[in-house]
Design a protein around this ligand. Sequence first.
Ligand SMILES: CC(C)(COP(=O)(O)OP(=O)(O)OC[C@H]1O[C@@H](n2cnc3c(N)ncnc32)[C@H](O)[C@@H]1OP(=O)(O)O)[C@@H](O)C(=O)NCCC(=O)NCCS
Length: 206
Amino acid sequence: MPRLELEQPSHEIILVRTPHERQQCYDVRIEVFHHEQKFPLETEIDEPGDKATHFLLRLTPSLTPIGTIRASRSDYAGTTTKRQSYYYKLSRLAVLKEYRRYQFGRALVQRLHDWVAQDAIAPRATQQQQGDDDDERQSNFAAPVPPASHVVEIISHSQIPVKGFYAKFGYEPEGPEFDEDGDPHQKMVFRMPVGISVDKNTVAGN
Ligand SMILES: CC(C)(COP(=O)(O)OP(=O)(O)OC[C@H]1O[C@@H](n2cnc3c(N)ncnc32)[C@H](O)[C@@H]1OP(=O)(O)O)[C@@H](O)C(=O)NCCC(=O)NCCS
């Protein structure tokens, strides 16, 4: 079917800073993943003390929430042959049904990539400073300084019908399909150069 050129409604994507904004992300997730896709409600309630970074897509000027995405950074367990000892996770990407196909999903992924590009070269705490072993921690403090340019891995556990969406951004399948929350998923990995000037059109190419 030929793709319709839809005029994108006026909108903004904000980095969530308040409990109210975070709740609005949960509301979108509950609508999409629980009511629409029938995943259990409890999978949409993040752990207390969750340190993931959330982004909220909302219409302007009404500020009506219509989409969200979540980013987190984790350490690879134990020794690793990976180039970096850490990776990022993209999760909980959702756009309300009536606002799909306006390139909003693309905008949310691009916003997350931009955040990763900044976060990956930001000075940060040592393991000890970061405190306990939290899978979804945010990262923002003092030394050590990361290499000026390197490649980071961003991982998504993709639902099977959405693999093609992630592939558009350069995500590649890795390993077999697996069950998550009662539904088959595929690990998709994007290796993103950071710390060097990258033409966004080539990163987010079709
Ligand atoms: C996945 C989702 C976020 C995509 O959002 P969207 O705003 O409709 O997508 P966009 O309009 O930004 O699409 C960007 C591109 O991806 C393509 N695309 C969208 N959904 C796709 C899919 N399921 N499979 C393959 N390609 C897809 C679009 O055609 C578009 O291609 P183009 O840039 O070449 O024209 C949205 O469908 C959604 O919220 N789905 C329900 C929740 C979900 O499944 N989340 C993912 C969990 S892993």
